[in-house]
Design a protein. Structure first.
Lengths: 447, 696
């Protein structure tokens, strides 16, 4: 490396106001481009509001996560958590990268099949799996994860009906030292319920236990909880393999890895509190190595959703009106509301301007277009004076919003994907009246 | 004696009888009972020779029982072979009288003793004793017999009745056939012709070597001696045949190099025949097989020491089979060098390969360095100024072999980026022993060892974490195979047993510098489904062009000597399979050409037990597996001269549970398909228009 040549420093005036505590707030946050495409141009071409996904970024995140695990453990498989974001294009990107599908309902199961995913590449989770869907999943060789004793009964009936032995996994819950403990799903390890379920399955003789599954929570900020989880699962696997004739082929540690989103009620920024994917990988794989006997490595499944997609999704919205509130705050009304931002209830989003705007920043509030008091996207933010038509970019919004959004009183907007080559594709059209009324029936006498 | 008694006696005797038959066949290096029995019958042309041999066997067995030799050892039969020859040689010289029978008794016991002594001595060097005991004892008997004038008077007889055939054959043919017959102490044209036909039927390679050996030896002899006729009529010319066959096709794998050695051997035996005959004739002893034994044993002794690549470590029923097995091992499993597994998980990048520019030079030229790269081509994130920025840093190092930890240390610190430790080049290291070689891994992270000296570990188990100790500019894994357990000893070439480069699986290959490779381990589901338990039976239906053609039952069996597993069909044909560390493969077939097991071999010679990804791989088949009948024989014969054109490469592609293959045979392509059943074993197997489907 050559010596760096001397560069004359430039002095720039820090544009800042002061917060109540007298600490300078950061300068204006500007995002003029998403995945290299100008925000202004996107709005011009496709209207406002817009959800925008960045294909390159999704792939990069997936590769990074896969590498973090596969470089530590030789047998890793990611399952794309459909409920996090089941837009076809988004799922397709993950499937192209090598992820299988993780679904939690017959609806998601059908979506995965519709996308061309074979039964054997679908993990079927969830506390309620309708009987017919179990029959289909068993026939198609899906990985069925049993949640309750009732489901064992159902599946044995299916096995009898189909005249085949069905490979299954059971979902587990356990104390991993975190609160709240998700104990309503699956069978508890500490109470012995899990082992009872295994023995019940063995006694039935119609199902073959091949996997163990757990999902300890969501937005987990403690990587160590996964270490405890994995260790307990492997120990149970060892117990099962010595005391029954089952051989455990895979361990599914679920998902719940946090994204770099700012949780409400947590003071530090996500960069400080959110563990890296390497931290999660280290916790899980070291627990595997410490507890597995010899090189009897089961396949490790991961159902990471949020971590892979949240930061690759943006919502572009435009100011449609503004006013001064009685407490002298500015209120900006924008064209996207909390009906589109389900995760608003947990997160304080990053809100950026599409271009730098002059003038001092002042306290402001961002309101959505719903005529409801709760439609507040940000209660207190410092913004320069915005005009009608100015754009705001809200992020990260890639996870859960486009699955849990509500149509309510407005049409849901277009969803775009900026492709790897920089081109832009519409991956979901803006809704129209017909979409919403198609399912309605007006009784004859009202016509 | 009741019938059942007789039956049980017959059952007890069966192994002995079978080993006697095999010993006869063994004289011609043929492993076939029927051939042995045929030869036994043929010897009755001269009843003295025949009975002499049988008596020798009987005496040997009785002696073995007298000294309480384990019956299992007796069944083995290798020690019957020499007394058998001694019995023949005595019967050849003397008529059977009380005295000659006594002589046979004494001589066969002596042969047995010498056989055991020589075998014990030579087996240390893994070299066969051939008929050396016979050559020694027969010489002793003939030498001693000079004093037994009584015996001579009563028992010496003429063989003239055997020598004439009544046919007017050209001299070269007559002498050749007689020479062949002499191997059985029957210098008769008809016997020679029979032996020739047997060889031709059994192995074209042996036949060719027999002819080539005889005439090449006689030619040399004629050049040296001046008379062709004399050379051809040399009674010991059969030694040339034996040397040529033994070196060219039995103990060495048939091939150009082996053929050349065989000719050299014949040349040497010409010398030995002449030298010994002068000396031996002085005392009226025939030369017997001494030149053959001296030549072949000396060659094998040296070649074995050199670990000669074409040494036939596995001798099959015929040279063609030995060759097929050898080629299969050489090209499919790179049997000529050590194979290890990748020492890590996931996708890594070759930073230095063999004979590389920086440190892989001189006696440490056979080594690999691996790092992890991102899609920018960098091995680090951020600025790369901290160890933690490097992707490889503190990633698990997995054992590349199954074996014992012979040395390990992890007390050296990980150098900060920009510094290297010149004092301890190797850094923290571990040395593992496996199958006679040693595997060394360097630059481990400080205090990261997960195993200790003396531990036995399986390939794929975690041993430590990747670090930056020793002479290491950035965190990486260095791996080498070396000849001794000491740090810094001379390295040996090796390959990686299986790895993924992109979606192509490479077996026993070496990635080039700059390539990225990924390890894989067996998918437990596939592994369980392709686990076969002894005595397990699977039934299949056979279809040709969609029409049902019957069925077959396959039983899983284990060879009681080698412990190797095989599938056996109703016809007794066997298809040998193995499964190790993520790969299921077939490696040998013994039996009938028409067996459908052969088709199973062709359909999927090797299956990577890799889970979900779509992968493909190359494999090779020999004519022995791909064809049957005459075509197989001719092609195997030709491939002994040059194997490459007769190895058929195919590409197999695995998608989920289905493996589809395409084997290029000339311009044609053989299409195959195998489905692994969702519960266990194979669901269906297709080769061209044949379908073998599991019966439910």
């Amino acid at each position: 490396m050559g010596k760096k040549s001397y560069e004359k420093p430039t002095i720039i005036k820090i544009e800042s106001s002061f917060s109540k505590a007298g600490i300078p707030t950061p300068k204006q946050k500007v995002r003029s481009k998403i995945a290299g495409v100008s925000v202004e141009e996107l709005v011009e071409r496709f209207g406002s509001p817009l959800f925008v996904f960045d294909e390159k970024d999704i792939r990069r995140r997936y590769k990074r996560a896969y590498e973090a695990f596969s470089s530590r453990y030789p047998n890793v498989q990611f399952g794309w958590s459909y409920k996090t974001n089941y837009l076809k294009a988004v799922c397709a990107v993950f499937h192209r990268e090598g992820a299988i599908a993780e679904v939690v309902s017959e609806f998601e199961y059908e979506k995965a099949r519709e996308l061309g995913i074979e039964g054997r590449d679908i993990i079927y989770n969830g506390p309620y799996k309708p009987y017919d869907s179990l029959v289909r999943a068993a026939k198609e060789g899906a990985k069925i994860h049993i949640d309750t004793f009732d489901e064992i009964n159902d599946l044995e009936r299916v096995a009898g009906e189909l005249g085949m032995q069905i490979p299954v996994a059971i979902r587990l819950n356990m104390d991993t030292g975190i609160y709240p403990q998700w104990s309503r799903f699956g069978f508890n390890i500490e109470s012995g319920q899990a082992m009872d379920a295994v023995k019940r399955i063995e006694a039935g003789g119609k199902l073959r236990l091949v996997g163990l599954h757990a999902h300890i929570g969501t937005f987990m900020l403690d990587a160590n909880a996964y270490k405890v989880e994995t260790a307990k699962m492997v120990q149970l696997m060892n117990e099962i393999e010595t005391s029954t004739r089952f051989s455990i082929e895979y361990i599914d540690v679920g998902g719940g890895f946090a994204s770099k989103n700012h949780l409400r009620g947590i003071y530090q920024p996500p960069e400080v509190v959110v563990p890296s994917i390497d931290d999660y990988a280290e916790a899980i794989t070291s627990a595997l190595y410490e507890n597995i006997k010899g090189n009897n490595y089961p396949k490790l499944y991961l159902e990471t959703g949020r971590h892979l997609v949240d930061e690759a999704g943006y919502l572009v919205t435009s100011v449609v009106a503004s006013k001064t509130l009685p407490d002298s705050r500015r209120s900006y009304i924008v064209d996207a509301g909390v009906n589109l931002l389900y995760t608003y209830f947990w997160y304080k989003f990053d809100i950026e301007l599409a271009r730098p705007i002059g003038g001092i920043s002042e306290p402001a509030m961002i309101n959505g277009p719903l005529c409801m008091n709760i439609d507040v996207i940000d209660e207190s933010i410092l913004l320069p004076r915005l005009k009608r038509g100015d754009k705001l970019i809200i992020s990260p919004v890639g996870a859960y919003n486009v699955t849990q959004w509500m149509q309510f009183i407005r049409y849901r907007p277009r969803v775009l994907m900026v492709m790897e080559d920089g081109s832009v594709e519409i991956i979901r059209e803006r809704e129209e009246l017909e979409d919403i009324e198609r399912r309605e029936r007006l009784p004859e006498k009202f016509r | 004696m009741s019938f059942s008694d007789a039956k049980s006696t017959a059952k007890r005797l069966k192994p002995y009888l079978s080993s006697v038959a095999l010993s006869y066949a063994e004289i011609l290096f043929v492993e076939n009972r029927a051939v042995g029995i045929l030869l036994l019958i043929v010897t009755f042309i001269n009843p003295n020779v025949a009975l002499g041999a049988l008596l020798a066997i009987l005496f040997t067995l009785l002696f073995a029982i007298l000294i309480r030799v384990e019956p299992e050892y007796l069944e083995n039969g290798f020690f019957i072979y020499n007394p058998l020859l001694v019995g023949m040689s005595i019967g050849f010289l003397f008529k059977l009288t009380l005295m000659s029978v006594f002589l046979i008794g004494v001589a066969s016991v002596l042969t047995f003793l010498i056989t055991v002594v020589l075998h014990t001595l030579l087996s240390v060097y893994l070299v066969p004793i051939l008929s050396l005991p016979f050559a020694i004892v027969s010489s002793i008997v003939y030498l001693a017999a000079l004093n037994y004038s009584n015996l001579f008077v009563e028992s010496l007889y003429s063989h003239s009745f055997l020598l004439s055939s009544g046919l007017m054959l050209p001299v070269w043919m007559e002498t050749f056939l007689k020479s062949l017959g002499t191997i059985l102490f029957l210098p008769n044209i008809w016997v020679g012709a029979l032996i020739f036909l047997l060889l031709a039927w059994h192995s074209r390679i042996m036949m060719l070597l027999a002819v080539g050996g005889f005439f090449f030896g006689s030619f040399l002899h004629a050049q040296l001696g001046g008379s062709f006729l004399h050379a051809l009529q040399n009674p010991y010319a059969f030694n040339y045949i034996l040397v040529a066959v033994a070196l060219g096709s039995i103990f060495l794998v048939p091939g150009i190099r082996s053929y050349f050695i065989a000719l050299l051997g014949v040349g040497i035996s010409v010398l030995l025949v002449d030298a010994t005959s002068i000396f031996w004739t002085l005392y009226k002893i025939p030369v017997f097989t001494l030149p053959f034994n001296l030549t072949v044993i000396s060659f094998l002794f040296v070649l074995r020491l050199l670990r000669f690549r074409e040494f036939a470590y596995v001798i099959k029923k015929s040279p063609e089979n030995t060759l097929g097995y050898y080629l299969m091992n050489l090209f499919r499993f790179k049997s000529s060098e050590v194979g290890i597994f990748l020492p890590f998980s996931g996708r890594w990048h070759v930073y230095q390969a063999f004979d590389d520019v920086w440190t892989h030079r001189g006696k440490w030229r056979y080594a690999y360095d691996f790092v992890i790269q991102d899609d920018r081509g960098e091995t680090f994130k951020n600025e790369g100024l901290e160890l933690e920025d490097y992707y490889a840093y503190r990633k698990p190092v997995l054992s590349p072999v199954s074996g014992f930890v012979v040395e390990a240390m992890d007390s050296l610190p990980d150098n900060p980026i920009g510094e290297v430790d010149n004092l301890h080049n190797w850094g923290n290291y571990i040395i593992l022993s496996s199958g006679g070689v040693y595997v060394e891994i360097s630059h481990l992270a400080q205090y990261s060892l997960k195993v200790k000296k003396g531990d036995y570990i399986e390939a794929g188990q975690i041993v430590a974490l990747c670090g930056n100790s020793g002479y290491s500019p950035q965190p990486h894994i260095h791996v080498q195979v070396q000849e001794s357990p000491y740090l810094g000893s001379k390295t040996l070439p090796f390959n990686f047993v299986a790895y993924l480069g992109g979606s192509r699986i490479h077996f026993h290959d070496r990635p080039k510098k700059g390539e990225s490779v990924a390890s894989f381990s067996a998918d437990k589901s596939l592994d369980t489904r392709l686990s076969f338990v002894l005595d397990q039976k699977c039934e299949f239906d056979l279809y040709e062009e969609g029409e049902k053609r019957g069925g077959m039952t396959i039983t899983v069996g284990m060879d009681r000597f080698s412990g190797k597993f095989y599938f056996e069909d109703e016809g007794g044909s066997r298809l040998f399979f193995a499964k190790s560390y993520g790969v299921f493969y077939f490696y040998d077939f013994v039996g009938n050409d028409s067996s459908y097991l052969k088709k199973i071999f062709v359909a999927a010679p090797r299956i990577a037990l890799i889970g979900n990804e779509t992968v493909e791989w190359e494999d090779m088949l020999t004519p022995r597996i791909l064809f049957g009948g005459m075509k197989k024989s001719v092609l195997m014969f030709l491939s002994s001269f040059w194997s490459r054109p007769f190895l058929y490469t195919g590409v197999w592609r695995k998608e989920g549970d289905t493996i589809r293959g395409e084997i290029a045979v000339g311009r044609e392509k053989i299409k195959t398909s195998v489905t692994i059943d969702r519960i266990h074993g194979f669901g269906s197997i297709e080769v061209e228009n044949l379908t073998i489907r599991r019966r439910r």
